[in-house]
Design a protein around this ligand. Structure first.
Ligand code: UDX
Length: 464
């Protein structure tokens, strides 16, 4: 009798930041039960944090075919600017190129690599080994397509632009004519063509065409129209999102899994339990964004003046100063209607009946989590892909209001009231409709459900 071939073995390799690690861990959680063996490459810092704060670590280790491979010696500083991101890219490329080849060549079977598409050096590292690379993008389809279109914007003279008329329409990103303004382009476009990060993100997106396929954490009812433009360049695309919604729908994690790299303060759930239905604004700017002290205070005054209840995530490093003490008026004056935490169990918070709206930076994970929970958004994008996500939230999906580039107290108060009171019914209705479409996409017969199955089958066929 012929020996049974070993299960396919996949190397999964995220960029070391919360939003990226989170999405790729969710994918891992979906692939393991299908019988794939997985080695998950992770930075020493993220591995330490996951071990300390997240329940997912234990769950993944219960699969005999799963292992973490910890990468030592990476940059461990903040990532809140183009320059710092570049430091991390360079460090990753230097430390992992040889490692990847070694892992592939030493392993008896490596069926494929699923690498964060932001790290195009993986394609070079793996070249010549015969192992296919899937490029997994943790950003939205619309952000990916905008990055991809940057050379067209340069050729047509729409880039670079001087920062004078930020409301001028951009016409050379196909499918976005008529509503995309300069201010909605990924933030790196604002800093001119010499900006290295802009060059990198643009060429990285084109480089995805050299991969075996592209995986996007999105769904067709949300972004199918935009994805069809990408498909003209790359026919092999798997739209399999929202990944966390699959896990919910397949009941793979009855208690919602935490992939947090920060310690969650669960006391906020008790506080939410005491609030009336749909009354609370959840405020969080993800894991990377930073605020100046002035911005922090403008947000705070805007929130207090709006007279709405709010739950606000103020990370230890949210304020971009050495000044790590919260201003006293914020600590004392919040008590009446607000609750502050250092890090929240975000998916649980968004699913709570007391939640009315989400003031978000529109990182792609947060945007998808808000969509699945059916929560309208007030958008304040910080950088990178978030500027375009927030434009889609307002202009295309009609799920909230984009407050981009302003956060003075009067604007914050006005927009929060607009979303939670004046236009509450309209936004609640469209958020509910989109949440239904999201859950349908991951249910049996839905597009993301079928695409995920197709991905699994395709990997299994490669392993034969
Ligand atoms: C970054 C980019 O900003 C984002 O646009 C890109 O798509 C991925 O990488 P980040 O800025 O951290 O990520 O935002 P986001 O993508 O929203 O990811 C944050 C994650 O942290 C979310 O999954 C959210 O649920 C989680 N989170 C955030 C918590 O669990 N608790 C919190 O208090 C805040």
């Amino acid at each position: 009798m012929a020996p049974t071939p070993p299960p396919p073995h996949v190397l999964i390799f995220p960029f070391p930041a919360q939003g990226h690690v989170n999405a790729m861990l969710k994918l891992t959680e979906l692939l393991l039960p299908a019988g794939l063996n997985i080695t998950f490459l992770i930075s020493a810092k993220d591995h330490r944090s996951l071990s300390g704060y997240a329940n997912i670590h234990t769950r993944l280790n219960s699969f005999p075919g799963f292992q973490f491979h910890v990468i030592q010696g990476l940059y461990e500083g903040p990532l809140d600017s183009a320059e710092k991101l570049t430091i991390m890219f360079d460090c990753m490329s230097e430390k992992t190129t040889l490692l990847l080849r070694k892992l592939i060549l030493d392993s008896p079977v490596t069926t494929c690599v699923i690498a964060d598409g932001i790290m195009d050096f993986v394609l070079d590292a793996v070249e010549g080994t015969g192992v296919p690379v899937f490029s997994f993008r943790t950003i939205s389809g619309c952000a990916f397509w905008a990055y991809f279109s940057i050379p067209d914007l340069i050729n047509s003279g729409e880039l670079p632009f001087q920062g004078t008329n930020m409301d001028e329409l951009i016409v050379n990103v196909k499918g976005m004519e008529g509503f995309l303004r300069r201010r909605d382009l990924p933030s790196f476009c604002r800093s001119g063509l010499s900006n290295r990060t802009l060059q990198q993100v643009s060429s990285i997106s084109r480089r995805a065409l050299d991969a075996h396929a592209i995986i996007l954490n999105t769904f067709d009812d949300l972004e199918g129209r935009i994805v069809s433009h990408i498909q003209k360049h790359c026919s092999n695309i798997y739209t399999i999102g929202p990944l966390h919604a699959h896990l919910k729908s397949r009941s793979l994690n009855k208690s919602i899994s935490s992939n947090s790299l920060f310690e969650e303060d669960k006391t906020c759930i008790g506080w939410l339990d005491q609030q009336p239905p749909k009354s609370v604004l959840y405020v969080s700017f993800g894991s990377i964004a930073t605020l100046t002290r002035d911005q922090l205070m403008e947000f705070w005054y805007g929130l207090v003046n709006s007279k709405k209840r709010f739950l606000w995530v103020i990370r230890k490093d949210l304020v971009s100063k050495d000044d790590d003490k919260l201003p006293s008026e914020l600590e004392n004056g919040t008590k009446e209607r607000g609750y502050l935490v250092g890090w929240a169990p975000q998916e649980d918070v968004l699913a709570h009946p007391a939640l009315g709206a989400f003031l978000t930076h529109n990182g792609w994970n947060s945007t998808l989590e808000s969509i699945v929970a059916g929560i309208p958004m007030v958008s304040w994008p910080f950088f990178a892909d978030q500027q375009i996500n927030s434009r889609f939230v307002e202009a295309v999906w009609k799920l909230g209001i984009d407050m981009k580039d302003t956060c003075d107290r009067t604007t914050v108060e006005r927009i929060v009231n607009e979303v939670m009171e004046v236009r509450k019914d309209e936004f609640t209705e469209s958020a509910k409709r989109m949440a239904k479409l999201a859950m349908e996409s991951v249910s049996e017969g839905g597009t993301s459900y079928s695409n995920l199955d197709r991905l699994i089958q395709d990997i299994k066929t490669m392993g034969v």
